[in-house]
Design a protein around this ligand. Structure first.
Ligand SMILES: [Zn+2]
Length: 259
């Protein structure tokens, strides 16, 4: 075969491989983000999607807000193989503005665990923690929090506690204990952030909109149809699915109308 013809076939073959790789990557509805996607990344995503899913299946509309804002938090041990609890924001059912999801979650678990603090725990929060919840996370020694939506108004509270302004006149050293705060890398967090920014609607109100609900529905559909990339994570996913069913039954027992 002529040298030019050989090269042409080689280029055609390589182009086909690249095209196939790009198609399979784009059609990945499981949220597996590229080759650097680790087993730990997948576990974080499973728990984040579980958190979104409980909220979607107990969604609060502005006209009939029986529990509270569409904000939830999940407590998991640091080895990430055990779910320790879930709580929702309960502003409405308690008529108490301090009843945030993370605060309720931490206090509820501490009241029964006899562990004294939450040093062996991680929190997956659907929204970036506020100053009150960040304070409680720091005091109770929560190791890390991963959030599923950025709060452009009240966020970065954990980072503010870690800020070192001691070089400035009357400045401060960072707070001695640290809870690491990280934004989830999942596609839903990115979609929520973009949609909220585009809407210009204040974060808590945005989380009651049809647009937010639509993105949460997408998260739920990804979660229930999920296929693990790492076989070793199958048990994590199966436990998360069981937890979803049990948690929803708890809410539906009290609020039949949400079923
Ligand atoms: Zn809070």
């Amino acid at each position: 075969m002529h040298l030019f013809a050989q090269r042409r076939w080689k280029y055609l073959f390589l182009s086909f491989i690249l095209l196939f790789a790009s198609i399979t990557h784009c059609s990945d509805t499981n949220n597996h983000a590229g080759n650097n996607y680790t087993q730990n990344d997948e576990i974080n995503d499973i728990y984040m999607f579980l958190t979104y899913s409980i909220l979607y299946k107990t969604w609060q509309d502005p006209s009939k807000e029986v529990i509270g804002k569409n904000i939830g938090a999940l407590l998991v041990n640091t080895t990430k193989d055990k779910i320790l609890g879930f709580n929702r924001n309960a502003h409405s059912s308690t008529n108490n503005t301090t009843q945030h999801a993370e605060t309720r979650l931490m206090q509820s678990y501490l009241s029964k665990c006899e562990c004294g603090d939450l040093a062996d725990c991680i929190i997956y929060a659907s929204l970036e923690p506020c100053a009150m919840c960040s304070g409680m996370m720091t005091i109770s020694k929560v190791k890390e929090t991963i959030y599923g939506e950025t709060d452009p108004w009240g966020g970065k509270a954990l980072e503010r506690l870690s800020l070192d302004s001691s070089e400035l006149p009357d400045g401060y050293f960072p707070y001695p204990d640290v809870t690491i705060s990280r934004a989830s890398n999942c596609i839903i967090r990115k979609e929520l952030d973009e949609a909220q920014k585009e809407s210009g609607i204040f974060i808590y109100k945005f989380l009651m909109t049809g647009k937010a609900k639509e993105i949460y529905k997408k998260a739920y559909n990804i979660f229930i149809n999920y296929e693990v990339k790492y076989k070793v994570n199958q048990i994590i996913y199966d436990n998360a699915r069981d937890f979803l069913e049990r948690e929803l039954e708890k809410y539906y027992r009290v609020h039949e109308e949400l079923r």
